[in-house]
Design a protein around this ligand. Structure first.
Ligand code: SF4
Ligand code: SF4
Length: 499
């Protein structure tokens, strides 16, 4: 999957679509398999990115990687005590209101009220927290300023970012990443979690789950949840019953901003362990190397040999995900340093805040310019027009912050993408508004490593592409899964398409 963050409007429709279908039941009230966070912010559950607290994901060791907090060997010796679980208050105590009071109260002197009531205890409660308590930077002091990604920024940079007139934010929709190296799978002592051979969806077998909750600790994204009513763990199933019938997952189907892309990726499963254990600086590049070119004759030959249907190979050739991630190099995994090799990639936000800029007077612009220098975000767009484009670099987020989220700390990974996003905008501005010269537009494209044809394709997939171009999956092939298990030695609980 790819989520294009500039397009997310933070409407939470995706979260509601998911909740109505999958987690609107007893024991699952607090679960949001799809949630949308405001960044900067501490997210849901609170501070999920802080692995000092939760010990999620993998860490590099001499040979390869081992689970940070728990696992079959580490966890078994300590199986009845798992100190690294989020508590209900880290999520929030789910609540509803006594709506019936509004209509059923007997006549009296006072206006009836709908008091909040806990969905766990059934008792009246005071609401102290919710799944989007810090939406749109509300309570910035308690939430946004505690964001662990700000740690790489200097005090001055942080202060500049939180000055009221400078404040900006973006939305980060999150679901399970259906990772290639899923920590949840590795941590489960019961072998209840597995990654489906035919499409890579990570699932929890409810019959086999024994409530050890090691997956909750191990998933660094905190996308495995414990159902307190059934005593089983649960997680996003990527709406597999819908996918098998050719329908998009509910979150994607309902996405108002059309930010989501879903497609087939062929990958080299033999490299997973080696890639997961590569140095932090190389993690993202190595992960991308694993994704195979679906037009390469050798890849096609091997795929067929492994029982992958032609319709799946064709879908891989048309995959919008392959374009964003591999061909255009414009989408990155979230927190690659957790080493789970996530298969959900994000196009980072450009966040131009252009409208407010064009209204600013000179003095204000000057002030912002000074701040820009201070933030050291001079990754320069000399070719842009002074009155509109040049100011963008001064008001957007420090690249360091985005690099902490999407670049495993490598700022260049972000600036390369931002340059491409900007170049496409400038090119389109020349084409549609005309206040930028053709030479300038071409020069900008060249500087970002793009051609006009590429810019047109990026523009099309960003803005015009109909649903069939954003959601490209083949019909379900259960027989593929069976074939792969039989012929290639990919065993139960193993990973994805083996080429
Ligand atoms: S994001 Fe999903 S697949 Fe990856 S570790 Fe977490 S629960 Fe497992
Ligand atoms: S529905 Fe789409 S646009 Fe709305 S919050 Fe979800 S991802 Fe963003």
């Amino acid at each position: 999957m790819v989520f294009h963050l500039d397009k997310c409007i933070g409407c939470h429709t995706c979260s509601i679509a998911c909740k109505n279908i999958w987690t609107d039941r007893k024991g699952a009230e607090y679960m949001w398999w799809n949630n949308v966070e405001t960044k900067p912010g501490t997210g849901y559950p609170n501070k999920w990115e802080n692995q000092e607290i939760y010990k999620g994901g993998w860490e590099k060791n001499k040979k390869s990687v081992s689970l940070k907090g728990t696992g079959k060997s580490k966890g078994l010796g300590n199986i009845f005590h798992n100190p690294y679980l989020p508590k209900i208050d880290d999520y929030y105590e789910p609540f509803t209101y006594r709506y019936a009071n509004l209509t059923n109260s007997p006549e009296g002197d006072d206006q009836p009220t709908a008091r909040p009531v806990s969905q766990i205890t059934g008792k009246n409660m005071d609401i102290k927290m919710g799944p989007n308590w810090d939406d749109d930077l509300s309570g910035s002091h308690d939430f946004a300023q505690q964001d662990i990604n700000l740690e790489s920024l200097s005090q001055a940079e942080k202060e500049a970012m939180f000055q009221l007139e400078q404040m900006a934010f973006f939305y980060l929709p999150r679901i399970c990443n259906h990772c290639l190296n899923p920590a949840c799978v590795a941590a489960c002592p019961s072998g209840a979690i597995y990654k489906r051979g035919e499409d890579g969806i990570v699932l929890i077998n409810q019959e086999k789950c024994r409530a050890w909750r090691m997956c909750v600790t191990a998933c660094p994204y905190k996308k495995a949840y414990f159902n307190w009513n059934t005593g089983k763990s649960e997680k996003c199933i990527l709406c597999y019953p819908r996918l098998e019938a050719g329908h998009a997952p509910a979150c994607m189907h309902s996405c108002v901003g059309r930010i989501r892309y879903l497609g087939v990726i062929l990958y080299d499963a033999d490299k997973i362990e080696e890639v997961a254990g590569s140095s932090e600086a190389n993690l993202i590049d190595r992960q991308k190397e694993m994704l195979l070119d679906p037009f390469d004759e050798e890849v096609i030959k091997q795929a067929r040999k492994n029982g992958i249907a032609d319709s799946t190979i064709e879908a891989a050739q048309k995959s919008p995900v392959y374009k964003w991630v591999k061909e255009w190099n414009m989408a990155l995994p979230l927190h690659a340093e957790y080493r789970t090799l996530p298969m959900l990639f994000y196009v980072p936000p450009l966040l131009p805040v252009m409208a407010s800029l064009s209204n600013q007077d000179n003095q204000q612009q000057e002030k912002i310019h000074e701040k820009g220098k201070q933030w050291n975000v001079e990754w320069i767009y000399d070719t842009s027009t002074d009155d509109l484009w040049s100011s963008i670099r001064q008001v957007r987020f420090p690249v360091k912050y985005l690099a902490s989220l999407f670049g495993a700390g490598d700022e260049r990974k972000i600036t390369q993408i931002i340059e491409k996003l900007m170049a496409v905008r400038i090119y389109r501005r020349w084409k549609t508004v005309g206040d930028i010269t053709e030479t300038k537009a071409d020069k900008t494209l060249e500087k970002a490593g793009l051609t006009r044809e590429l810019a047109d394709n990026i523009y099309r997939l960003t803005t015009l592409a109909p649903f069939e171009e954003r959601f490209v999956i083949p019909p379900a092939h259960r027989e593929e899964a069976v074939e792969m298990m039989k012929d290639t030695g990919v065993h139960k609980g193993s990973v994805g398409f083996k080429i």
